[in-house]
Design a protein around this ligand. Sequence first.
Ligand SMILES: *Cc1c(COP(=O)(O)O)cnc(C)c1O
Length: 399
Amino acid sequence: MKKDTTAIHTAYPRQDTYNALSMPVYHSVAFEFDDADSMADAFCGRTDMPDYSRVGNPTVTHLEQKVQALTGASAVTAFNSGMAAISAMLFAVARAGGNIVSSRHLFGNTYSMLTSTLGRLGVEARLVDLTDPAAVEAATDAQTCCIFLEIITNPQMEVADVRRLGEIARKAGCPLVADTTMIPFTEFNASTLGIDFEIVSSTKYLSGGATSLGGLIIDYGHWPELTTRIKKEILFNLGAYMTPHAAYMQTVGLETLGVRYRRQAATALEVAKALQHHPAVRKVNYLGLPDNPTHKLAGELYGDTYGAMLTIDLNDAEACRRFINALKLVKRATNLFDNRTLAIHPASTIFGPFTPEQRAGMDVLDTTIRLSMGLEAPEDIIADLSQALDATEQPKSHE
Ligand SMILES: *Cc1c(COP(=O)(O)O)cnc(C)c1O
């Protein structure tokens, strides 16, 4: 079966009493047992009957199994947000005295998780240029707990050669963990690229237009002791398992992921091409543009779509402010891959709490606008962005 079919037809192996065609939402905290032995078997993992919804729920299991069928992973665990999945993964690998090798180009809370939260617990964050294999190798040693990357960084749009990072991780004897939120896992094969654990904020593409928060750890089974730790210790102790209602919405979202994503990615390319010629735009950064410096590498690694996020650089921060204020159709909001097209000025919002020096260190520029493509007609998106760009050059008379 093709993935679009698998996404819809992967059935839950147990029958619902009423033969419901879609997975019911099992809004129950606890599950009852017929006798003492079946109860003991469930609690000790000898059967896979659910017992308590912090650690297992049939509606969430159904989503996990669909993702497993689509990726070929050996285990999938669903959490209540992308950050919950990232923190669970990092808590599973990290130890005091150890280090994590990653980049300065990270999702803001992941950066803070590595440098502040884990830093306080005695885990060192070694942030290097992941596009420079020699620098990564130099930073990696026997105390390295994992190499962590984002496959396309946001908003810098940096792409490191994940295959090289996998080789370095294997040589160092540690796992390679990749946040793959930017391209759906249905578009490429993470395991053959050498990724040991894929982390996804399912809030984004998967949720079906920003219906719910969610996160996934997709585990390719190369590190059995970590699989056990995530499933048997971290999931239980951190208490951030996905809720049944979120799992239901994300399962419905997963069923339409292929068509939504490919439309959004095609729109991103069309918008990128259209904006390239606008006089107010200094630069369009979209990996799908053939002249993008990492276009070829991104295509080799992640297939012939390049995501639905792009950035544009305007002349200065004031131009960005005018642009954001002039938008009519496109929404002023954070988040990615909503059904609506979204625009944000990362330097003054997501990265606003950081100092200018920290922002400079993360290559977050005052001139950058981030755009996330929705499902509106591309011509309407382009028309709105174009009129907002025109407005950057025509300050209103009362200003
Ligand atoms: C949104 C995002 C996260 C965090 O996900 P939440 O679901 O908001 O917790 C992590 N990594 C990347 C790349 C993201 O875009």
